[in-house]
Design a binder for this molecule. Structure first.
Ligand code: AMP
Ligand code: ZN
Length: 115
């Protein structure tokens, strides 16, 4: 828990969020400013600043975050049509919240290359 981290506060439930999934290791909640009809963020409950700050010890947790995206996409009914999964990292990656999160974007076609 990082005292000044927005997503740690969502994990601690001191800031509200619309939860989509929770277990002992990860939390998923709907993005406050959705960019697609479905826009959910999956985060590790333990603070991790970014993918660039991850270590080999985080491999299982990172894998669990991705598997959570896949099962969430199934339960939200978007797996068949497909979805975009994004992890923004650092300044050039466009990361604005410095607690690792995986975006699950679905419900419309997503272009490539991204902006
Ligand atoms: P990124 O630019 O990859 O760091 O993404 C951060 C995301 O967090 C953005 O899509 C924001 O809309 C979202 N966000 C910021 N504050 C909140 C909040 N309080 N609840 C839910 N999503 C949030
Ligand atoms: Zn945090």
């Amino acid at each position: 828990m990082e005292a000044h981290c927005l997503f740690c506060k969502i994990v601690a439930k001191t800031i509200p969020a619309k939860l989509a999934y929770e277990d002992e290791r990860v939390l998923a909640f709907h993005d406050i400013n959705p960019q697609s009809p479905v826009h959910v963020l999956v985060i590790p409950k333990a603070h991790m600043t970014s993918l660039a700050h991850s270590t080999p010890d985080d491999e299982a947790l990172l894998g669990h975050c991705l598997r959570t995206v896949a099962t969430l996409a199934e339960s939200l009914g978007v797996a068949h049509a497909g979805y975009r999964t994004v992890i923004n990292t650092g300044i050039d990656g466009g990361q604005t919240v410095h607690h690792l999160h995986v975006h699950l974007l679905a419900g419309r076609a997503h272009g490539w290359p991204p902006g």
